[in-house]
Design a protein around this ligand. Structure first.
Ligand code: ASP
Ligand code: MG
Length: 448
């Protein structure tokens, strides 16, 4: 393979996803990339995910022996997947003649709160990493895990290795956090649904936040949040080739403001409807407080004003399907407490969203989107908007069609002419050490 020499950064964090390290060949490929960056003169920290389906397999193992695996023990179990990847990669790197050291999240100084299986990072005490780097070592850190303030192993939620990588990049003041994955970058829609989807050269943090929150699986939401808050540019790229990938950067660094950047979707939604709620101040707050205490992430909320004399309101919320049981369990006591009528659930919900920074200043996007869905015979159950996003909850079975229709209607495909584009190179400026021309060195001259 004729791979281009990497850009020389002073410090780089490179994260490899599960598919990228699924087999021996993948571990060696990742190790090769890591060594290449080190040989180009960078201080390199690599964060690895668990191999292939390891995390799913470990979860299945737990559910084979326990109906409700204890969260602390679940974290002990799940954290092993990432450790395997790091130890193996360190072996390869050592064989390649470089010094490597693998660290658990705890050893790497990732301190979290105590909420097992979805812990939040509170602090990164990166002294051990720093001294290893000072000693000329390549540091491998097990992703997705940390140690709680009460000294227990925690994990950061599915896809959490992205967050580990960004948090380390922030703590080490890295030039960039490179996320190596099994796709070429961030796309205008899921290419498995829309073959014509276009890879995006640059996406702003704000757009990426909305995209991750609305179903784009390529980057974990928390990682994007962390990157935005700390100004860490993310470079999302394939670990299998030298394609240019997608940069996720500050909005003022991006040169284009497309009306719509991407169509995202999710099929993991469930709806909970509480009927006959008393119509008085504080009730909605009480419902949401109960859900928050059960660690259920509420997405959309709709409350209907009472239509009848009895002053009873209805409220619907959407939650991740995986949290539906927790949500109904948490809400059931409210029946007695508040005199709620019914708690109805619907599991087969999906969501389609349009995201684009240009929406802020252009009216009419919602009107067009809703018309497109209507013309396609898709019934819209709930709608929510942000300044740069429109989301519609629809039946799960309509999601694929809705994505395709919107993608076409807003001209997002490879073939479509995009009037919002500015001419030329959209790659943002990430100053490499030495001030070389940005984006030149790691541009693939040709396909391998
Ligand atoms: N292995 C964990 C997961 O599958 C974390 C990650 O891959 O980032 O969710
Ligand atoms: Mg993963």
């Amino acid at each position: 393979m004729n791979s281009a020499p990497p850009v020389e950064f002073e410090t780089v964090v490179m994260k490899f996803g599960g598919t990228s390290v699924a087999d021996a060949e993948g571990i060696k490929r990742a190790a090769g990339r890591i060594v290449q960056a080190a040989e180009a003169g960078s201080r390199v920290v690599a964060v690895l995910s668990a191999r292939g389906k390891t995390t799913d397999d470990l979860m299945a193992m737990a559910h084979e022996v326990s109906l409700r695996p204890h969260p602390r023990e679940m974290d002990m179990l799940l954290s092993t997947g990432e450790r395997i990847s790091c130890a193996l990669a360190a072996m390869v790197i050592n064989d390649l003649g470089h010094e490597a050291i693998s660290l658990t999240g705890s050893q790497a100084g990732i301190v979290t709160d105590t909420s097992h299986t979805k812990a939040r990072i509170l602090d990164v005490r990166a002294d051990r990493i720093r001294s290893a780097l000072d000693g000329g070592k390549i540091v491998l850190v097990a992703g997705f895990q940390g140690v709680s303030t009460t000294a227990d192993v925690t994990t950061l939620g599915r896809g959490g290795s992205d967050t580990t990588a960004v948090a380390l990049a922030a703590a080490l003041a890295a030039d960039v956090c490179e996320i190596y994955t099994d796709v070429a970058g961030v796309f205008s829609a899921d290419p498995r649904i829309v073959p014509d989807a276009r890879m995006l050269a640059v996406v702003s943090f704000e757009e990426m936040l909305e995209m991750s929150a609305s179903g784009a699986g390529v980057l974990q939401l928390r990682a994007v949040e962390y990157a935005r808050n700390n100004g860490i540019p993310i470079h999302c790229r394939s670990s299998f080739d030298d394609g240019p990938g997608t940069f996720v950067v500050d909005e003022h660094t991006t040169m284009e403001r497309p009306l719509v950047t991407a169509v995202t979707h999710s099929i993991d939604e469930a709806r909970v409807t509480l009927t006959g709620l008393p119509d008085r101040p504080g009730i909605a707050g009480r419902v949401l407080t109960v859900l928050a205490a059960a660690m259920v992430n509420v997405d959309m909320i709709i409350q209907n004003e009472p239509q009848s004399e009895d002053h009873r309101a209805d409220m619907s919320v959407t939650v991740p399907r995986a949290d539906l049981l927790a949500a109904t369990e948490a809400l059931t006591p409210l029946k007695a407490e508040l005199g709620v009528g019914e708690i109805a659930t619907d599991e087969a919900m999906g969501k389609v969203s349009l995201v684009g920074a240009g929406m802020r200043s252009h009216p009419g996007v919602a009107a067009k989107a809703l018309t497109v869905l209507g013309d396609a015979g898709v019934n819209i159950e709930m709608i929510s908007t942000s300044p740069i996003k429109i989301s519609c909850v629809i039946r799960e079975e309509h999601v694929k069609d809705a994505v395709r229709e919107l993608h076409t209607a807003f001209g997002l495909g490879k073939g479509a002419v995009r009037h919002e584009d500015v001419a030329g190179d959209h790659r943002p400026i990430i100053e490499p050490e030495g001030g070389d021309e940005p984006g030149e060195e790691d541009d693939p001259g040709e396909a391998p």
